[in-house]
Structure formats: structure tokens, C-alpha cells
Design a protein around this ligand. Sequence first.
Ligand code: EPZ
Length: 418
Amino acid sequence: MDKILVQGGRKLKGEVRVSGSKNAALPILASALLCDGANTYTNVPMLRDIKSTLELLSHLGVRCEKQEHAVQVDASTLNNHDAPYDLVRKMRASILVLGPLLARLKKARVSLPGGCAIGARPINLHLKGLVSLGADIKLDHGYVEASCDRLKGADIYFDMVTVTGTENLMMAAVLAEGRTVLHNAAREPEIVALANALNQMGANITGAGTSEISIEGVESLKPIALDIIPDRIETGTIMTAAALTNGDVTILGAQPEHVQSIIDKLRLAGAQIDIYNDETIRIQGREIIKSVDLKTLPYPGFPTDMQAQFMVLMSVAKGSCLISETIFENRFIHVSELRRMGADITVSGNVALIKGVSTLSGAPVMATDLRASACLVLAGLVAENTTEVNRVYHLDRGYESLELKLESLGAAIQRVKG
Ligand code: EPZ
């Protein structure tokens, strides 16, 4: 298994281009199941999760071709409705094929994704919505067995905001008969990106980006060419690294409006942040980082996927702060590793108290999930001596060559092939 070695103490300086969004690309790749013909996607990030999704689509009989950041997906040859455990277990977002398979083939057999390090992550709201559209759902031996005639539009109420739940139901409804309205829908930019893709394919969706999304069913969809939006979590991660190291970094190809809540918190922590020509963000750190309380919330609130990274910044800030994680029930796993590096963090339920310390000390640490691995790399940037981050396959699921991007900004960082 690869590991990453980071020598702390360098200020990040220079320019870096952010990659395409993992969490936009995954549902958009699944949406290719909804039509015959070749969909061409560009600015697709080169990640393990993208590779896993293309493996699953190929298993379903779909033709997938990938050249670097360009991907072509043609579901004309779709001939299998079974998404097996050994593929789904690699990536829980595989559940995003459920809605499209039902819409297209009127049947689907998809392994239940199971929990993961950050929480149980059930899919009950996905299934409840599909039943509202007329699907027959059975759970059998760890699989969702779903079937239907043509799905019929309905009013669907989400008991809680779910990103992939909203995406699954939007894709199930685009070919349904009549109107579907999703109430208490997720508002993330990735939802808007998916709705834009579906509308370009010929769907009729309005309200994406608000908590009420209407979908008028259509008879069929056609293939498209589409550029994937930039990754707002990678953008926030690099911004935080710049603030953490008192650096001066310019991020190219970003979408500032997608990271407003992150910009707000980093400014409160003392960073100077300027936006140019609506796709360039410059972050200048300050010697003194101020402690800032934080609560994670559904978009447009502060994203849970940035909580661990922001916690690193707060662990070397001047003062104390509280970080509340309201989305997942177990998303403080990174705390124990940060403590081993000298951070002063106390956890009580879903709230962490962070008392800033003057410095962290480098140590061998273990990544446990995608964003925790990013947080440990960031901690290494400011820790004394060397930090060795193990199990970086977690990192590779959601960041395209993060260590190369940070090295290009002056970090003393290297990957050791294992
Ligand atoms: C998406 O996961 C993202 N993944 C996650 O990013 C992100 O952390 C999360 O949204 C929240 O923003 C992708 O988009 C591929 P949810 P998702 O359904 O859709 C509960 C990353 O690091 N819930 O919005 O699985 C659930 O347990 C990943 O890139 C139910 O109870 O998250 C959680 O507590 C990690 N029943 C809350 O809702 C359901 O049926 C939000 O989950 C669905 C969700």
C-alpha cells in the first residue's frame, strides 16, 4: 500500500488548477444509463471512484472508454440489471445506478452499500422515494430487488436532506409518466450539475438548487457532450492548506460561488481571499490563525466533507473553538490521529472542542476515510519533522494526485509506492 511522506514547515506558494468534481461526475456517469448513444464527458477527474464506476457500468453491458480526463459512455448495449456486492462494496455511490436501471430496464438488483467508516449511511429514503414512484422493492440477502412497470410521477418528501437520494430519484423520475416533485431536496451544486446534464439530454427539470425540484417525465433522452464542474471540496482543501501554511496560492478553474461558506470561514480565521474573473481564487495566509466555531450543514451551509480539513487549521489556531458535525454520526475518526500529532481536541458526541496549540509534531498516522486522509496530509504540512500517512488509497478515491499539486506549490511531500 502506498504511503505519503510530508516534511512540515514549507509555505505553499504559486498557482494550481483544480480538477473536475468527483461528486458531480459519479451521478452524471450513472445518468448515461438513461439513453442509447455515446455520452462524452470532459474534465472528469482521474480517481479510483471514477474507475470503480466505469467498472460497474461495463459490468452492466455499457461501453465505456477513457482517455485521461475524457470519458465516453454508451448504454446502447445495456444488458444487465445486476450490480454485484464485489463492485458496490468498493464505492457506495454505486447505488446511483438503481434509479436509472429502474427507469430504463424496469428492474434492478443492486447490492445494499452497507455502512462505512463515517456512519451507517442507510438508503431508506432512496427506496421510499422509488416506492412512491410505483416501484416494487424487496430486500433479499443483502440486495435491493426492484421492479416496476413504467414509473409514475409522484410527490416525494425527504425526511432528511440526502444528496444521492435526491440524485437517484431525479434520475428515476425523468422517464416516469407525469410530474414528480421532490420536497426537501438537496441543494448541492452537484445536484444542479446533474439536472443540467439531464435537461441537456432532453429531460424537463426545474427547481434544481432549491429544496423543491419538479420533474416532468419524458418519453426518451439523447446522449450529450458535457464538461464536469470543478471540485469544490478539492478547492476548499487547497485553500485550507494555503491558510494553514501562511502561504500565497492562486487556484485556477474554480467556481467561487460553490465555496462561499468555506471562503467565509477562512476569512474569519484570518486568511485574505480574493476572487478574480469568477474562476480564480487567491488565498493569502496570516501568521496568526484565529479560532472559529463551525457547524456542518447541507448546502449552502459549510460542507461536512471539509470538516476534517478545517479541524487541522483550528488545531494550530490561537484560541479555542467548537466544531459540530451534524450530517454523519461518526465523522471524527481523524481526531485520534491528530491527537497523536499533538493536537488538543476533546470530543463529546457530535461536538469537538479544539484548543489551538503552537505546533503539531510529525508522526506515522493512518488514513481511515477519504477526507480524514486529506486532513492528515494537511497536518503534515505544518507539523515538525516528517509525517507518514499510511493507506493513502483512501485519498486516491477522491483527490487526483493531491501530493503532486501540493509539491508544485512548494510542499516537501512524496508518495512512496508500497
Ligand atoms: C453525499 O453522500 C456525498 N457523496 C458525500 O461525500 C457527502 O459527505 C454527503 O453527500 C453529504 O454532503 C457523493 O455525492 C457521492 P447523504 P450521500 O445521503 O448522498 C442520512 C465524500 O467525501 N441518510 O446526503 O451518501 C445519511 O446517513 C463523500 O466525497 C439516511 O438516513 O450522503 C447521512 O447521515 C463522503 N437515509 C445524511 O442522511 C438515506 O436514505 C446525509 O447523507 C440517505 C441518507
